[in-house]
Design a protein around this ligand. Structure first.
Ligand SMILES: [Zn+2]
Length: 511
């Protein structure tokens, strides 16, 4: 044990569940999770993640870290019940045995807030209750993604929930650090946290905090935290692409022992959000229209102009092989444009088999039903083949290792020497695009390009904001469309705005 430090267990289970993705893409099983057991958790050291923050802060303070079990899967369909049970058992058993060896002073678990398991609508409170049932009243701190659909049950089971404030989530590491830094006061009972969750029946389209109304709400929360009695105040955007009772936005406020204050601050922030809800709605541009806007911007201010495919954002659980924007880019055929990337292991394998310099006929993408577009048929010059491995450099994920499997840079509709045409990167693993490193891996310097297409809703901003001249969002039909009204919510606790545009709402009065 470090000098004067605490004995702190770390671990977690993180998943953002898109229940609408289950039908076309299947359930999420054990093998879909990256799992780190015991000492392997230290691999997260040096990354800008919740776990990276836990490890650095604990080491800096001289705490003893007890690594337990941590698992994360990319956003996808509902988690299979037996997969979750296996992971929960692993985590709880490791915590129980660590606590039996020598009492734990605190537990820090990374979670998302929008985890859904077959038969369990609220992974986070289920997991927290299971931990409580086995280790008792050990302080439990949990950083969460602001896309969590937060429930009062989570607030009851967890001592302090710390949501990220930024979207792109550039402060995950900081919330991890903050979680650890709260533990001494919690262990000594100097802090007696009480949490109020005000749920607001809003389905919020993805909204960056780089600007606009989400930035204003973030600032109001940070201002509320200036009160020394307020431990945390977070605006949870919620995850609209899941159908559970708690789907929607929320304000979560934790104070030191003052329940009335927690409720008052949360309700005030919630009312300000409700009053400004209309400002979160944005106009959706069809991909061909988005390309027209991008071309005008390119003419006016130069490139690179980034066009993001928001409705096929694998970071929200979509297939990642949608073709609506890709097709619009191919049709526009702007010199120097590129697209990174399409998830298509079949075409990636085909390119690897043919080899660099070959020209192949491809049917690219569109392998998960019609919603995200038909395959793009084209000739493709194989320009570059890679192993798909690199390390992210953007402010949000710096230090995290990426592995997209065998990848290919193809030039669609090029001549026999690969000249002309559109550069498209094809991967064997699904992900959104976070930063330009994946382009660099394939020999593309995006700063010299005209129009750069990519699949992401908002996180790409962290990696591209310093080099792009403009961002244009394309919104076609897709599982993460900005038009949140297209999804049915039979499990919702009540009507949701903007599906019900005339909905009236106010915080429930004190009970
Ligand atoms: Zn998120």
């Amino acid at each position: 044990m470090g000098s004067g430090g605490l004995r702190i267990a770390v671990g977690g289970i993180e998943h953002e569940t898109n229940t609408y993705a289950t039908e076309s893409m299947g359930t999420t099983g054990l093998d879909d999770f990256q799992r780190l057991e015991g000492e392997l958790i230290h691999r997260a050291k040096g990354t800008r993640t919740f776990l990276g923050g836990f490890l650095d802060a604990a080491e800096a303070a001289g705490h003893e870290v007890v690594p337990t079990f941590w698992a994360l899967a990319g956003p996808s369909g509902i988690i299979e019940a037996d997969a979750y049970e296996t992971m929960r058992t692993e985590l709880v058993e490791r915590l129980t045995s660590a606590h039996a060896d020598e009492s734990l002073d605190g537990i820090a678990l990374s979670m998302h807030g929008a985890g859904v398991v077959e038969g369990i609508d609220d992974l986070e409170s289920d997991l927290a209750r299971a931990v409580r049932a086995s280790v008792g009243d050990v302080p439990l701190v949990v950083p969460l993604d602001l896309h969590g659909n937060i429930t009062p049950a989570m607030g009851d089971a967890i001592d302090v929930m710390l949501g990220v404030h930024e979207y792109p989530h550039t402060d995950s590491y900081d919330r991890g650090v903050e979680a650890i830094e709260l533990l001494p006061a919690l262990a000594e009972r100097r802090l007696r946290p009480v949490t109020h969750v005000t749920q607001i029946p809003i389905l919020l389209p993805t909204s960056t905090t780089d600007e606009g109304p989400a930035a204003a709400m973030r600032d109001r929360c940070l201002a509320a935290e200036l009160d020394p009695a307020v431990i945390d105040a977070t605006f949870f955007h919620g995850f609209p692409y899941t159908d559970v009772a708690a789907t929607g936005t929320s304000i979560v406020v934790t104070t030191n022992g003052d329940r009335a204050l927690a409720r008052r601050v949360a309700d005030e922030l919630a009312l300000s959000l409700w009053d400004e809800r209309s400002s979160f709605l944005t106009e959706s541009l069809r991909p061909d229209v988005a390309m027209d806007v991008a071309i005008r911007s390119l003419t006016d201010v130069g490139g690179p102009v980034v066009v993001n495919d928001t409705s096929d954002n694998p970071g929200g659980g979509t297939p990642g092989d949608g073709t609506h924007l890709l097709r619009a880019m191919v049709d526009a055929a702007v010199d120097g444009s590129c697209f990174g990337f399409v998830f298509d292991p079949v075409v990636a394998a085909q390119a690897n088999e043919a080899g660099v310099g070959a020209t192949i006929d491809v049917r690219l993408g569109g392998r998960h039903g019609d919603l995200h577009g038909e395959p793009v048929e084209a000739t493709a010059y194989v320009k570059t083949l890679t192993d798909g491995r690199f390390v992210y450099e953007n402010e949000m994920l710096a230090g995290v290792r990426a592995n997209y499997g065998p990848c290919a840079r193809l030039v669609l509709n090029a001549d026999r020497r690969g000249a002309g045409g559109i550069d498209v990167i094809v991967t064997s693993r699904r992900s959104q695009t976070f930063d330009p490193v994946v382009f660099a891996l394939h020999g593309i310097d995006v700063s010299t390009r005209s129009i750069v297409g990519l699949k992401s809703s908002q996180h790409y901003r962290a990696g591209f904001r310093d080099l792009a001249t403009a961002f244009v969002t394309a919104d076609s039909p897709g599982l993460t469309t900005l038009d949140v009204t297209v999804f049915d919510h039979p499990s919702a606790a009540g009507p949701l705005w903007p599906i019900d545009p005339h909905l009236e709402w106010a915080p429930s009065p004190d009970d």
